[in-house]
Design a protein around this ligand. Structure first.
Ligand code: NDP
Length: 478
C-alpha cells in the first residue's frame, strides 16, 4: 500500500506565548531561585531553545514545602469538600478553554505528535480534574471511613513522557482529598507544568496549595527527602523508584511508585488481524513508545505469525514520522539526546544478540532526536530487548503455541504494569486476564485510559494505584 502524499498541515505556534525565562511557582507567585541557577529547555524536534527555566536548589525546595504546609494548615485542609471541588472544576474548565495552547506547548517541549497531545493528553487532563472534583465532597462514601482525613503535604515527581497528564494524575486526587502539593516536572519537559501554575493563578487557587519547582534529579531528591513532606508520589524509572523507596523507608512518609513496564501484547489466531495490527501499532508506536505500559513485547500465536507480520509491516510503511506540530504526523521526536542514545544502544544489543532488525523506509529529519519505528523478530526471552524497558519505538516479537505458553511468557518479566489480549473468545480473555500478573489488562484494545479506572503495577512496576476511587487511597490517612 503506497503512502498518500499529504500537504503539510502544521498547527500554529501562535497560540503559545512563551516567556524568555520562568521562575519557580511558590506560594501562588513566580519567584526567582535563591542561588540564581537556570537551565535551558528545548524542542527535541529541532533543538531550538524554547525558554530558560529555574533550577530549584535545597533552599527553594524548603520554601515550597513551607508554603505548601502553610496553605495546608490554614486554608486547604479546613475548607469543606464542596469548596475544594469548585476550584478543581474551575481548573478543569480552564484546561479545556486553553486546550489548544496546552497541546501545542506539550508537543513543542516533548516532541509528541499534536494529534496525540490534542486528542489524548489534554482531554484526559481535563477529565481527571473533572472526575476528582466530583469526589472532593463525597469522600465519606469512598469506602475509606466516615471522615477520611488528608495526609498533609505531598511531594510529587513526574517524568517527561506525559508531562501535563502525569501532573493531573498526581495533583487532582491530592487536592480533592485536601492535601497541598509541591510538584517537580521532568528536567526536559517543564513548560506545561509552568503553564499549569498560571492556570492555578487564573483559577484563584489559594496561594501555596500547588507549588511547582523545576530542576533536575537533584531537585527531585531534595524534594522527596525533605522532612516536611508527608507523602511522596513518583512516576519514572525503576532505578530511581528504588532509590526513593530506600530514602522513604526509615521515615513516616507514605509512598506510591509507578515505574517501568515490559508489557506483552498477545495476539491469538482467532483475533481480527487488521484490528489487532492497529492495536499493536498503538501499543508501541503511540508517543514514540515513551509509555510505561507500552506493548513492547508482541506475542503472536505461531499459526498466524506470517499473516500478522505481513500486515504489520504493511501498516508500518504508512506511518508518518516528522514535525510533531503537523496534524498528519504519527511518530514524533524522541524526547532527549540521552533517551535516543539509550534506544540506539539497546537496539544495537538486540542485533548483537542475534535478533533480526527491521524498519520501514523512512527519512529522519537532520536536526533533533529521531528514531524510526523498529521491529525485532527472532527474539528469545533471554534477549535484553525482551527483558529491559527500551522506552522507544521498538517492538520485540516472540511467538507461542498455546494459551498456557502465552501466560508463561507474558509473565516472564520483572515488571507487571499492563498486558493486551486479542481474541474472538470472551472465555479466553477471562482465562488469560485472571492469570496475567499485570495491573491493567486490555482486551481487544490497547493504551486506553480513563480517569475512573485505577492504574498501577505488580512486581517492579511499583505499588499503589492512580485513578478511580482507588486513587483516593494514596492521598488519605487510611
Ligand atoms: P527518571 O526516573 O530519572 O526521571 C523521572 C523523574 O524523577 C524526573 O522528574 C527526574 O528528574 C526525577 N529524578 C531523577 N533522579 C531522582 C532522584 N534521585 N530523586 C528524585 N527524583 C529524581 O527517568 P529518566 O528520565 O532518567 O528516564 C530513564 C528511563 O526511565 C527511561 O529510559 C525509561 O526506561 C524509564 N522511564 C519510565 C517511565 C515510566 O513512566 N515508567 C517514565 C520515564 C522514564 P530529571 O528529569 O531532571 O532527571
Amino acid at each position: 500500500m503506497a503512502k498518500f502524499e499529504y500537504a503539510p498541515a502544521p498547527e500554529s505556534r501562535a497560540v503559545v506565548s512563551l516567556r524568555e525565562s520562568y521562575g519557580l511557582f511558590i506560594g501562588g507567585e513566580f519567584a526567582p531561585g535563591v542561588d540564581g541557577r537556570a537551565f535551558k529547555t528545548i524542542s527535541p524536534a529541532t533543538e531550538e531553545v524554547l525558554a530558560e527555566v529555574t533550577e530549584a536548589g535545597p533552599a527553594d525546595v524548603d520554601r515550597a514545602v513551607t508554603a505548601a504546609r502553610k496553605a495546608y494548615e490554614h486554608t486547604w485542609a479546613l475548607m469543606p469538600g464542596t469548596e475544594r471541588a469548585k476550584y478543581l472544576f474551575r481548573i478543569a474548565r480552564i484546561v479545556q478553554e486553553r486546550a489548544r495552547e496546552l497541546a501545542v506547548l506539550e508537543s513543542l517541549n516533548n516532541g509528541k505528535p499534536i494529534r496525540e497531545s490534542r486528542d489524548v493528553d489534554i482531554p484526559l487532563v481535563a477529565a481527571h480534574f473533572f472526575y476528582y472534583a466530583g469526589w472532593a465532597d463525597k469522600l465519606e462514601y469512598a469506602g475509606y471511613g466516615q471522615a477520611p482525613r488528608p495526609l498533609g503535604v505531598a511531594g510529587q515527581v513526574i517524568p517527561w513522557n506525559f508531562p501535563l497528564l502525569m501532573l493531573a494524575w498526581k495533583i487532582a486526587p491530592a487536592l480533592a482529598c485536601g492535601n497541598t502539593v509541591v510538584l517537580k516536572p521532568a528536567e526536559t519537559t517543564p513548560l506545561t507544568a509552568l503553564a499549569f501554575a498560571e492556570i492555578c493563578q487564573q483559577a484563584d487557587l489559594p496561594p501555596g496549595v500547588v507549588n511547582i519547582i523545576t530542576g533536575a534529579g537533584e531537585t527531585g531528591r531534595a524534594l522527596v527527602t525533605h522532612p516536611g513532606i508527608d507523602k511522596v508520589a513518583f512516576t519514572g524509572s525503576t532505578e530511581v523508584g528504588k532509590e526513593i523507596a530506600r530514602a522513604c523507608a526509615p521515615t513516616r512518609k507514605k509512598l506510591t511508585l509507578e515505574l517501568g513496564g515490559k508489557a506483552a501484547n498477545i495476539v491469538f489466531e482467532d483475533a481480527p488481524i487488521d484490528q489487532a495490527v492497529e492495536g499493536i501499532v498503538n501499543g508501541i508506536f503511540f508517543n514514540q513508545g515513551h509509555v510505561c505500559c507500552a506493548g513492547s513485547r508482541l506475542l503472536v500465536q505461531e499459526s498466524v505469525y506470517s499473516e500478522v507480520m505481513a500486515a504489520l509491516r504493511r501498516r508500518l510503511g504508512t506511518l508518518r514520522l516528522g514535525d510533531p506540530l503537523d496534524k498528519n504526523t504519527d511518530v514524533g521526536a524522541i524526547n532527549s539526546a540521552a533517551q535516543l542514545a539509550k534506544i540506539r544502544e539497546l537496539s544495537q544489543v538486540g542485533e548483537a544478540e542475534g535478533a533480526e532488525r527491521w524498519s520501514p523506509p523512512c527519512d529522519l529529519p537532520v536536526k533533533g532526536f529521531w528514531f524510526p519505528p523498529t521491529v525485532f523478530t527472532g527474539v528469545s526471552q533471554a534477549h535484553r530487548i525482551a527483558r529491559e524497558e527500551i522506552f522507544g519505538p521498538v517492538l520485540s516479537v516472540l511467538t507461542f503455541r498455546t494459551p498456557a505458553e502465552a501466560v508463561e511468557k507474558a509473565n516472564n518479566t520483572p515488571y507487571g504494569l499492563s498486558a493486551g489480549i486479542w481474541t474472538d473468545k470472551g472465555s479466553l480473555i477471562l482465562w488469560m486476564a485472571s492469570r496475567l500478573r499485570a495491573g491493567v489488562v486490555w482486551a481487544n484494545t490497547f493504551n486506553k485510559f480513563d480517569p475512573t479506572s485505577p492504574f498501577g503495577g505488580y512486581k517492579e512496576s511499583g505499588y499503589g494505584r492512580e485513578g478511580g476511587r482507588h486513587g483516593l487511597e494514596a492521598y488519605l490517612d487510611v
